[in-house]
Design a protein around this ligand. Structure first.
Ligand code: IDP
Length: 140
């Protein structure tokens, strides 16, 4: 399997509880390398654009309000099979269903406040990386 890049967000519930370092340690322990990282605060328009695919879902407004409630940490992770590996380390969307040892099992508060985002496919990874980072900010 080739080296891939994927996009990650450490979400407001996690930054608020000072869990950034613990979550980054999980990525690194899984063999993922941080090749770009910054702490930002999203505007409502940016959150709505980023989660546009979910705009017709009942939780859309709640999700966008949550994502702007505190700063987030956006990152690009690189490694073998990085997209699937990151999803594995994150665990299931609902922490009640997440496997032992995953980030969401250990840290998530609820299905909405679930500590991390990770791209689900190569196309979305490329789009999401480009949404937040310029090429100059990616340092492999
Ligand atoms: P994922 O983040 O595991 O890929 P998605 O289904 O793509 O899950 O949902 C995106 C995000 O929307 C979730 O991570 C979570 O924060 C939020 N979300 C998903 N389902 C619900 C829900 O039923 N209630 C509230 N928020 C939800």
């Amino acid at each position: 399997m080739a080296i891939q890049r994927t996009f990650s967000i450490i979400k407001p519930d996690a930054t608020k509880r000072n869990l950034t370092g613990k979550i980054i340690a999980k990525f690194e322990e899984a063999g993922l390398r941080i090749v770009a990282s910054k702490r930002i605060q999203l505007t409502l328009a940016q959150a709505q654009q980023f989660y546009g695919v979910h705009k017709d879902r009942p939780f859309f407004d709640e999700l966008c309000e949550f994502m702007i409630s505190e700063p987030i940490v956006v990152q690009v992770l690189e490694g073998e099979d990085a997209i699937a590996k990151n999803r594995e380390v994150m665990g299931a969307t609902n922490p009640a269903d997440a496997a032992e040892g995953t980030i969401r099992k250990e840290f998530a508060l609820s299905i909405g406040e679930n500590s991390v985002h990770g791209s689900d496919a190569p196309e979305t990874a490329a789009e999401e990386i480009a949404f937040f980072f310029s090429g100059l900010e990616l340092v492999g």
